[in-house]
Design a protein around this ligand. Structure first.
Ligand SMILES: C[S@@+](CC[C@H](N)C(=O)[O-])C[C@H]1O[C@@H](n2cnc3c(N)ncnc32)[C@H](O)[C@@H]1O
Length: 316
């Protein structure tokens, strides 16, 4: 193998190890970051426009309504570092309202989509310095050389809701050390609400979220030489009240054996692969972990229906 193939091969090794590990558990699981290849990121963008999917339009409305207050808290010298940037749609609200900015660093696992987003931003904001970073925000992030400026974190989309308690703590500790003293961190958080609103948001009538979920099996087939038959799995959404989270599963509709890179996995009819959690928070449940990791909530903005909250955290 020549050196230029190394990152790609190490990515495939990591993907395979994670898939084999997840499918070997009694409750089969796949880590949700693998949902986002280029097709997955495209499908996620379609989800954000669905009538049932209230989080994106609600968070956008909060950011628009409080843009003046938010950008004045971020300052005129912000080096904006976004975790899980996707299409950077919400970032544009900050960019359109900030007087000045030292640079923008979108971090995402979905490489092709991230690079496309970066190009689009450079075209639309010719004076903006964009430093895309392909990487897993749960691991150590290898930043390029960056301009000086006050580091400001941005973590919209309630992506924090995909993380377990331990992962949130580890993520916030990592962000605290990457962003540094006196930094600010703007986080979008989806709030607990009726399952009558939540379940359709993740199980839309047009079937886009189902396609997003099933795309993970297509990705495993194409990248890891597997033989999932996508017609033999269905998308299922569950509200887990005790854990206060929406769960996405893929349900095997029959007894079947799947081969992935020469390893075989048995699925009984009705057995599921748990592919994503989207936790729904009350601010009181998050406050202790913010405090434990050196962050204080200094502002909270919400919508009239209290569906979603945007929090400004300050490093202590
Ligand atoms: C729920 S989407 C949110 C996208 C966008 N920030 C928004 O608010 O619409 C999650 C984004 O985080 C990225 N992502 C998920 N897990 C990640 C991880 N562990 N490291 C880096 N990026 C990740 C995905 O590729 C996707 O772009």
């Amino acid at each position: 193998m020549d050196g230029s193939d190394a990152p790609e091969q190490s990515h495939l090794n990591e993907f395979l190890a994670d898939v084999v590990d997840g499918l070997s558990k009694p409750q089969k699981t796949l880590a949700c970051r693998w949902l986002y290849d280029e097709a997955g990121s495209d499908l996620f963008e379609q989800i954000t426009e669905l009538p049932e999917y209230y989080p994106t339009r609600t968070e956008i409305s909060i950011l628009n309504q409080h843009a003046d207050e938010i950008v004045s808290a971020l300052g005129d010298d912000a080096l904006l570092i976004e975790y899980g940037a996707g299409a950077s749609t919400k970032t544009r609200i900050l960019l359109d309202n900030l007087n000045a900015i030292a640079g923008y660093v979108p971090i995402d696992v979905s490489e092709a989509f991230l690079l496309y987003t970066a190009e689009t931003l450079r075209r639309d904001y010719p004076k903006l310095d964009v430093f895309p970073v392909v990487g897993n925000f749960m691991a150590e992030i290898d930043l390029p050389e960056l301009p000086s400026g006050q580091r400001v974190g941005f973590f919209p989309g309630s992506t924090i809701g995909n993380l377990s308690d331990d992962e949130i703590e580890s993520f916030l500790n990592g962000a605290r050390s990457l962003l540094g003293d006196d930094s600010r961190f703007l986080i979008g958080v989806d709030l607990r609400k009726s399952p009558d609103i939540l379940v359709p948001a993740y199980d839309d009538a047009a079937g886009v979220t189902a396609a997003f979920n099933l795309n993970l099996l297509r990705r495993i087939n194409s990248e890891l030489d597997a033989n999932f038959d996508l017609t033999c799995f269905t998308h299922e959404v569950r509200w887990n009240d005790e854990a206060s989270r929406i769960e996405m599963h893929l349900v095997s509709i029959c007894d079947q054996d799947i081969t992935i890179a020469d390893q075989s996995f048995h699925f009984s009819a009705g057995e599921t692969i748990h592919t994503e959690n989207s936790r729904k928070f009350s601010i009181e449940t998050l406050t202790p972990v913010f405090e434990k990791t050196g962050w204080t909530i200094t502002n909270l903005w919400s919508d009239p229906g209290n569906l979603f909250a945007v929090l400004l955290l300050t490093a202590e």
